[in-house]
Write a protein that binds this ligand. Structure first.
Ligand SMILES: [Fe+2]
Length: 397
């Protein structure tokens, strides 16, 4: 009997020493650290990414843009799923699907931090935190619409972590009625840490526009460098799950082409880790298929983004592989304009120079280009950091 009492006492003591859900109810355990930033918007979906200051399970709530109070009813909730299970992490990446094309939605992000003692295997959540639509205007996102008459986008590249340049170029974006911003590579010189990404441009992107205007972060050769580079697609997901994909909006289709590294994979600066040759071969197979797709063929205006511009006259290994693998396909694909970067200075090559069948426009490292697309063609503006328009173009069909 005494033995039984001793066991019961020990069990009671153990129970009292364990945290219980009630013990932690009311504790705030995670806040938004950065974001959200909109990614991979399509005509039926969008993806929201954000960071929390502690591990948490997140979700996104959406509401129609109908003027109703956000708290009028229980709004649909969307969760991240890792093979059917919600992750607990500081990086949150949630896709909202099943939407109507060309439609504006309101959204907010929420998370619940986790309280666990080091020796406790249970999951105990703190109180939910996140965007409060009572205190702030909910964020907005508009799905793409292949039937839209017009399409406006902005291109920047080669920022190389210079946040002051990024801010100067991006400050007016929200007022300029831009549908999306395309980063055309080398936004950092090397991807070494999350903090570097935040300081380099991501904090400013979220502050200036990325909560409501999506950006598409196409890799340049420098985004393959550094041990954090493996995370690029986790922070900047694409619709294909690969670093190459297509955007279809209004009259335009845009090929977002991954350039790979510029030097041979065997170069000592890559530590034997690069297999760009293999990846470009895979990309070329995808490219040959996508330019035969109805989506591509139906687009009135066809654009390609590629960080390293094509060069007919030899050059570095990466450029030569682009020439060998991509250019024969692109020359036959009806491209109206290619937009590149990499060389850091402005350049325009009419058809017949860098490519036989289309012009190649290279945006400088400290400038941006605005593009307005209709079924009749493309109007473009070259703009410097002060906002001055340096040149305008018309690419008529
Ligand atoms: Fe580059």
């Amino acid at each position: 009997m005494r033995k039984l009492l001793t066991i019961a006492s020990a069990a009671l003591l153990l129970l009292l020493s364990l945290p219980s859900p009630a013990q932690y109810t009311g504790k705030k355990t995670a806040d938004i650290k950065l974001g959200p930033w909109l990614q991979a918007v399509t005509d039926h979906s969008f993806t929201v990414v954000w960071l929390t200051n502690a591990p948490a399970a997140g979700w996104v709530e959406i509401a129609p843009d109908d003027g109703s109070p956000f708290f009028q009813c229980d709004r649909p909730k969307f969760y991240q799923s890792i093979q059917g299970k919600r992750p607990i992490d500081t990086l949150h990446c949630i896709t909202v699907d099943g939407l109507q094309p060309g439609t504006k939605y309101r959204y907010r992000v929420m998370q619940q931090g986790v309280i666990t003692a080091p020796d406790d295997k249970r999951i105990v959540f703190g109180i939910p935190t996140g965007n409060d639509p009572f205190r702030m205007k909910p964020y907005e996102v508009t799905t793409l619409d292949p039937e839209a008459e017009e399409f406006d986008f902005c291109v920047i590249n080669d920022i190389h972590g210079k946040d002051s340049v990024f801010q100067a170029l991006m400050a007016p974006i929200k007022e300029d009625s831009i549908d999306m911003v395309l980063f055309n590579g080398d936004m950092l010189s090397s991807m070494d840490s999350e903090q570097q990404l935040i300081d380099g441009y991501l904090r400013s992107a979220c502050k200036l526009f990325a909560t409501d205007i999506p950006f598409y972060n196409l890799r340049g050769n420098h985004e393959s460098r550094g041990l954090f580079s493996y995370n690029h697609m986790r922070y900047f997901p694409s619709t294909t799950g690969e670093a190459f994909y297509m955007i279809r909006q209004g009259p335009a289709a845009i090929l977002m082409l991954d350039c790979g590294e510029d030097k041979p994979d065997s170069d000592v600066s890559y530590y034997g880790l690069m297999v760009s040759d293999q990846y470009r071969e895979k990309e070329a197979v995808w490219l040959a298929d996508i330019v035969k797709s109805k989506e591509w063929l139906d687009a009135s205006v066809k654009i390609a983004l590629l960080h390293i511009p094509p060069s007919k006259n030899g050059g570095w290994h990466g450029g030569m592989e682009i020439q060998r693998l991509f250019m024969p396909i692109l020359e036959e694909a009806g491209i109206d304009l290619m937009i590149s970067g990499h060389i850091h200075r402005y350049s325009f090559s009419d058809k017949g120079v860098r490519a036989d069948s289309f012009p190649v426009l290279i945006n400088a490292a400290n400038e941006k280009h605005y593009f307005h697309v209709t079924r009749d063609g493309i109007s473009a503006k070259r703009i410097d950091m002060s906002g001055a328009v340096l040149k305008t173009y018309e690419f008529k069909k």
